[in-house]
Design a protein around this ligand. Structure first.
Ligand code: 13P
Ligand code: ZN
Length: 212
């Protein structure tokens, strides 16, 4: 099997896994992955549970649609991550329930919307920014990601959902899951006195496991 076909199969397998466990419903969310000569992206209005590897959209390096079904309307969002974080090999956008809940709370800190509750969110996701609401598919989402200058691997789109960029599709999906589970803890612990990891704990994790 060619390297590109392996990536197609991986997109289908991991998308189905997310869908089967309720991290995405209906036709919400989209996933992309870099290949040698461009980017593969889930087609617009497709259900992550039932993707066909042959119909996945392919874009060239300039973002032109070259094969497969029409790409996700969030193409600008995905492209902005590839452009600003050269290490990016995949981007995952979900409407997963708890991360989306945090994106709707009016007291969420926009500079640090997922505080360091547990080590794995620090290790796999890093500091998460909240970006102001624009409608799905609005080109301004790409501009907002570019303005971050590649400093964040994950963002929450206000009143919409999370977006995570990573080195490859599996690690990016795992990071999106970690973000969702931490958002769930945040909602569960809302109004309960909560101990966060200290700045020293966070610094130790970054020193040992690397930063995102
Ligand atoms: O999540 C979505 C929009 O934000 C889904 O859009 P697409 O079906 O175009 O990928
Ligand atoms: Zn969306």
């Amino acid at each position: 099997m060619s390297a590109e076909n392996k990536v197609r199969e991986e997109i289908v397998r991991l998308s189905k896994s997310l869908f089967d466990r309720g991290f995405s419903v209906g036709s919400a969310g989209n996933i992309s992955a870099a290949v040698e000569d461009g980017i593969l992206m889930t087609p617009t209005n497709s259900c992550l549970g039932f993707l066909d590897p042959a119909r996945i959209s392919k874009l060239d390096r300039n973002g032109n649609h070259i094969s497969g079904d029409r790409p996700s309307k969030e193409v600008f969002l995905h492209q902005a991550f590839y452009e600003t974080r050269p290490q990016t090999g995949a981007v995952v956008h979900l409407h997963s329930t708890f991360a989306t809940a945090v994106s709707c709370l009016s007291d969420t800190d926009p500079d640090d919307c997922i505080p360091p509750l547990t080590p794995y969110v620090v290790m796999r996701v890093g500091k998460v920014r909240l970006l102001p609401y624009v409608r799905p598919g609005d080109e301004r989402m790409g501009e907002m990601i570019r303005e971050l200058g590649g400093r964040h691997a994950a963002v929450l789109l206000a009143n919409h959902g999370p977006v995570v960029a990573g080195r490859d599709i599996a690690s990016t999906v795992y990071a999106a899951e970690e973000l969702e589970e931490t958002a769930k803890l945040l909602v569960l612990l809302r109004n309960a006195p909560t101990r966060l990891l200290s700045p020293e704990n966070v610094a130790e994790l970054k020193a040992v496991f690397g930063g995102y």
